[in-house]
Design a protein around this ligand. Structure first.
Ligand code: ZN
Length: 97
């Protein structure tokens, strides 16, 4: 006598295709310049250099704001919210993006 058993392995899904659920590192936006943390391309030096942010003299900005009757306030806010990157090599401002 022959016994025919229906095997449960005929479902079609292969166990080798596992969904990738683990992502170890978040994808960085600027992964082209991944050398160090504070590097940017300086247009003056024409190469990737380290940069620093220019310190803001808030007393001077306050004096200018008062002196210009508030006209300097948007510029003060602008340089406070978006500080200028300065090249460590030549000291010039770096404008990117
Ligand atoms: Zn430079």
């Amino acid at each position: 006598m022959k016994t025919l058993e229906s095997s449960p392995s005929s479902l079609g899904a292969s166990p080798a295709e596992l969904p990738q659920s683990v992502t170890p590192a978040p994808k960085r936006r600027d992964d082209t310049l991944a050398v160090g943390s504070n590097t940017a391309r300086c247009s003056h030096c024409n190469k990737t250099v380290a940069y620093h942010y220019s310190p803001i003299n808030h007393k001077k900005q306050l004096f200018l704001t008062v002196f210009t009757i508030g006209l300097w306030l948007p510029l003060w806010l602008g340089m406070t919210l978006c500080p200028t990157k300065l090249c460590d090599e030549c000291g010039g401002p770096i404008w990117n993006d």
